[in-house]
Design a protein. Sequence first.
Length: 107
Amino acid sequence: MRNTGSSAFADDDIHAGCETACRTRGHVSTQEQRETTMPEITINLAAGRTDEQKKGMMLDITAALVKNLGVPAEAVVIQINEAPHNNKMKGGQTFVERYAAAAAAKK
Protein backbone atom coordinates (compact mmCIF):
# COMPACT_ATOMS: atom_id res chain seq x y z
CA MET A 1 0.00 0.00 0.00
CA ARG A 2 1.34 3.37 -0.96
CA ASN A 3 1.62 6.23 1.52
CA THR A 4 0.08 9.36 0.08
CA GLY A 5 1.30 11.65 2.85
CA SER A 6 3.56 14.60 2.35
CA SER A 7 6.76 13.10 3.72
CA ALA A 8 9.87 12.71 1.62
CA PHE A 9 9.09 8.99 1.53
CA ALA A 10 5.59 9.39 0.05
CA ASP A 11 6.68 8.60 -3.50
CA ASP A 12 8.87 5.64 -2.59
CA ASP A 13 7.04 2.32 -2.60
CA ILE A 14 9.85 0.69 -0.69
CA HIS A 15 9.66 3.33 2.04
CA ALA A 16 5.89 3.94 2.06
CA GLY A 17 4.59 4.16 5.58
CA CYS A 18 7.94 3.57 7.25
CA GLU A 19 9.43 7.05 7.56
CA THR A 20 10.41 6.72 11.24
CA ALA A 21 11.72 3.16 10.91
CA CYS A 22 13.60 4.01 7.72
CA ARG A 23 15.27 7.03 9.25
CA THR A 24 16.47 5.04 12.25
CA ARG A 25 17.87 2.38 9.91
CA GLY A 26 19.67 4.97 7.78
CA HIS A 27 17.47 4.56 4.69
CA VAL A 28 16.93 7.58 2.49
CA SER A 29 14.10 8.44 0.14
CA THR A 30 14.49 8.39 -3.62
CA GLN A 31 14.28 12.20 -3.60
CA GLU A 32 17.11 12.37 -1.07
CA GLN A 33 19.15 9.94 -3.18
CA ARG A 34 18.65 12.11 -6.27
CA GLU A 35 19.81 15.16 -4.34
CA THR A 36 22.92 13.54 -2.90
CA THR A 37 24.01 11.02 -5.53
CA MET A 38 27.41 11.97 -6.87
CA PRO A 39 27.30 12.64 -10.60
CA GLU A 40 30.65 11.72 -12.08
CA ILE A 41 31.56 13.08 -15.49
CA THR A 42 34.49 11.82 -17.57
CA ILE A 43 35.72 13.90 -20.49
CA ASN A 44 38.10 12.59 -23.14
CA LEU A 45 40.13 15.26 -24.93
CA ALA A 46 43.02 15.46 -27.30
CA ALA A 47 45.83 17.13 -25.35
CA GLY A 48 46.53 20.80 -25.90
CA ARG A 49 44.05 22.86 -23.88
CA THR A 50 45.34 25.18 -21.18
CA ASP A 51 44.64 24.57 -17.50
CA GLU A 52 42.46 27.70 -17.53
CA GLN A 53 40.36 26.35 -20.43
CA LYS A 54 39.90 23.00 -18.72
CA LYS A 55 38.99 24.61 -15.39
CA GLY A 56 36.46 26.92 -17.10
CA MET A 57 34.86 23.94 -18.82
CA MET A 58 34.67 21.99 -15.56
CA LEU A 59 33.12 24.96 -13.74
CA ASP A 60 30.50 25.35 -16.50
CA ILE A 61 29.66 21.64 -16.37
CA THR A 62 29.41 21.77 -12.57
CA ALA A 63 27.04 24.74 -12.77
CA ALA A 64 24.88 22.91 -15.33
CA LEU A 65 24.62 19.82 -13.10
CA VAL A 66 23.75 21.93 -10.07
CA LYS A 67 21.06 23.75 -12.07
CA ASN A 68 19.57 20.77 -13.92
CA LEU A 69 20.05 17.88 -11.49
CA GLY A 70 19.65 19.75 -8.23
CA VAL A 71 22.85 18.34 -6.75
CA PRO A 72 25.26 20.39 -4.65
CA ALA A 73 28.47 21.47 -6.40
CA GLU A 74 30.42 19.59 -3.74
CA ALA A 75 28.93 16.30 -5.03
CA VAL A 76 30.04 16.79 -8.64
CA VAL A 77 33.18 14.95 -9.75
CA ILE A 78 34.72 15.71 -13.14
CA GLN A 79 37.73 13.96 -14.60
CA ILE A 80 39.54 14.88 -17.80
CA ASN A 81 41.44 12.19 -19.68
CA GLU A 82 43.88 13.72 -22.15
CA ALA A 83 45.39 11.78 -25.00
CA PRO A 84 48.51 12.82 -26.89
CA HIS A 85 47.70 13.62 -30.51
CA ASN A 86 49.52 10.52 -31.73
CA ASN A 87 47.30 8.37 -29.47
CA LYS A 88 43.97 9.73 -30.72
CA MET A 89 42.47 8.95 -34.13
CA LYS A 90 39.53 10.21 -36.16
CA GLY A 91 38.57 9.03 -39.61
CA GLY A 92 41.51 6.62 -39.82
CA GLN A 93 44.14 9.29 -39.16
CA THR A 94 45.87 10.19 -35.92
CA PHE A 95 45.43 13.80 -34.86
CA VAL A 96 49.11 14.37 -35.72
CA GLU A 97 48.39 13.18 -39.29
CA ARG A 98 45.19 15.23 -39.50
CA TYR A 99 46.96 18.42 -38.41
CA ALA A 100 49.81 17.77 -40.85
CA ALA A 101 47.34 17.21 -43.69
CA ALA A 102 45.44 20.39 -42.81
CA ALA A 103 48.70 22.41 -42.72
CA ALA A 104 49.79 20.97 -46.09
CA ALA A 105 46.42 21.84 -47.61
CA LYS A 106 46.83 25.49 -46.58
CA LYS A 107 50.12 25.83 -48.53
